[in-house]
Design a protein around this ligand. Structure first.
Ligand code: NAP
Length: 260
């Protein structure tokens, strides 16, 4: 006899913002390889998001894509409603396990040239959005779950032209420590992952496509090359795994040793 009512899923579930491309996609796929199901978000490129979902499903895991602008706090209540419906419809659950705050855009402009509108948009996506999206998702994160916030090596070392971007990543690192403290009683570990320069579409794909930029990054990196998405996604998946349950409130740089 078959059961009429679908069983509650026992798989871990992750939400990865900006999981359609680049580091987020690599993280989503790496999590799937460790047996985790994924809700990934995209901003404008639905086709890439659907391709990421198909890649995860091909690994035998469940996945779905939701649209989200992490810079539009006013849209977050509707997004949380979509997450609730996805959790109950696909997994018969009302909570999830891992949140990866990854989505982001770049701004390369000297402090003297940075426009207020550019600054505000960057702030909304990289700090205000991360703060309030996390706040609104907190009731849905299972006790014992994990949060990984994505910063940048640029919050530690200094390259002219990244003042606004790096300062907001610095804010994320402080936010991570406070979040870790406040969520400790719920056994939710919260950490910052700070990638170095990685070959993705980010910042016009410069690290990947501009040979001079790529060679410069390699020259200041202990490992002697620019980073690849495969250097980051599996690292985040391992940080979220059970073996790292006692690591919280930390900034972990994954840069191959940039500017050591
Ligand atoms: N690549 C690097 O060298 C590097 C180094 C350090 C830190 N990081 C950080 O790593 C994260 C991911 O970077 P990446 O290299 O993977 O970038 P990427 O390849 O350009 O991918 C960006 C992802 O974020 C999504 N996204 C962009 N704007 C968004 C918005 N307003 N709301 C929601 N989603 C949005 C994109 O979705 P759509 O395609 O739909 O627009 C895409 O999925 C960012 O936080 C970045 O600051 C990157």
């Amino acid at each position: 006899m078959t059961t009429e009512i679908a069983e509650k899923s026992t798989a871990r579930i992750a939400i990865v913002t900006g999981g359609s491309r680049g580091l987020g996609r690599n993280t989503a796929v790496s999590l799937a390889r460790t047996g985790v199901d994924v809700i990934l978000t995209y901003h404008s490129n639905k086709a890439e998001a659907e391709a990421a979902v198909a890649e995860i499903e091909a690994l035998g895991r469940k996945a779905l894509a939701l649209q989200l602008d992490t810079g539009e706090v006013a849209s977050f209540d509707a997004f949380v409603g979509n997450v609730r419906r996805a959790l109950s419809g696909t997994w018969r659950r009302d909570d999830f396990d891992y949140l990866v705050n990854n989505a982001g855009t770049s701004l390369h402009a000297g402090i003297a040239e940075t426009r207020e509108a550019e600054f505000d948009r960057l702030f909304d996506i990289h700090f205000k959005g991360v703060f309030f999206l996390t706040q609104k998702l907190l009731p849905l994160i299972a006790d014992g779950g994990r949060i990984a916030n994505i910063s940048s090596g640029l919050a530690r070392f200094t390259i002219p032209g990244y003042g606004a971007y790096a300062a907001m990543k610095g804010a994320i690192e402080v936010f991570t420590r406070y979040l870790a403290k406040e969520l400790g009683p719920r056994r939710i570990a919260v950490n910052t992952v700070a990638p170095g320069a990685i070959e993705t579409d980010f910042s016009g794909g410069g690290v990947r496509d501009n040979p001079e930029v790529n060679a410069f990054v390699a020259s200041v990196t202990a490992m002697g090359r620019a980073g690849l998405p495969d250097d980051i996604g599996p690292m985040i998946a391992s940080l979220l795994s059970d073996g790292n349950r006692w690591v919280t409130g930390q900034r972990i740089e994954a840069s191959g040793g940039m500017f050591l």
